[in-house]
Design a protein. Structure first.
Lengths: 110, 113
């Protein structure tokens, strides 16, 4: 079956970094998206990757390895306000909706 | 950034009744989606919609579900009749094109009693 897996929780310290891992096993692959979601709010789009390698977007970077079915979201210079859930979502085929993971709750402490 | 609105934010309804969830997508977007999230589970794709037609639907999109966007107004999800297992948060999303990022609304929490 299709599956997107993420760790449930991740704790880190303000000013350091956090890496949110995502592994997927799907019948097809047409890109992977990362979203940030706060309780009771809309998921906010962060990044979309479809080619292998690292994509740097300033405060965060995303990495993809299609052969390993693996991606990560790297948050650098963490701030308290980065505390949120981060969702990984795979587009299995071009016209289909996204297949989401459960999300990783990142908690940033002073 | 672009915003998707959803009305209402919460809805409580008795089993067997009809409910309509409303979505106001980003104004120039052409592709629309509904997702369902049961408490403690991941968000799951229900249906996508373009040019007045359902393009693809998942096995979660039961016969009791229907979607429409009459005359460019709200994109709606109607459930008739509702069942207990329909209790969930329903998220609407829109995108400019098929491959573009999807922008999500804040969700409507539906409770079926």
């Amino acid at each position: 079956g299709q599956g997107v897996e993420q760790p449930d929780n991740l704790m880190s310290v303000e000013g350091t970094f956090a890496r949110v891992n995502c592994t997927y096993s799907t019948s097809g692959f047409n890109g992977l998206s990362w979203y940030q979601q706060r309780e009771g709010h809309a998921p906010v789009f962060l990044s979309y990757v479809v080619l292998d390698g690292l994509k740097d977007s300033g405060h965060f970077s995303t990495f993809l390895s299609r052969s390993n079915g693996y991606s990560y979201l790297l948050l650098t210079e963490l701030q308290i306000k980065d505390s949120a859930s981060y969702l990984c979502a795979v587009r299995v085929n071009y016209a289909q909706g996204l297949t989401f993971g459960l999300g990783t709750r990142v908690s940033v402490f002073p | 950034g672009p915003k998707v609105l959803q009305i209402p934010s919460h809805q409580i309804i008795d089993m067997g009744q009809m409910v309509t969830l409303n979505c106001d997508p980003v104004s120039n977007h052409l592709y629309f989606y509904w997702y369902k999230q049961i408490l403690g589970q991941q968000m799951e794709f229900l249906v996508n919609f373009y040019n007045g037609k359902v393009m693809e639907k998942s096995k979660l999109f039961k016969d009791q579900f229907s979607v429409e966007r009459p005359d460019g107004s709200y994109f709606t999800l109607k459930i008739q009749p509702t069942a207990l297992e329909d209790s969930a948060v329903y998220f609407c999303a829109s995108s400019l094109d098929w491959g573009d990022e999807q922008y999500f609304g804040p969700g409507t929490r539906l409770t079926v009693l």
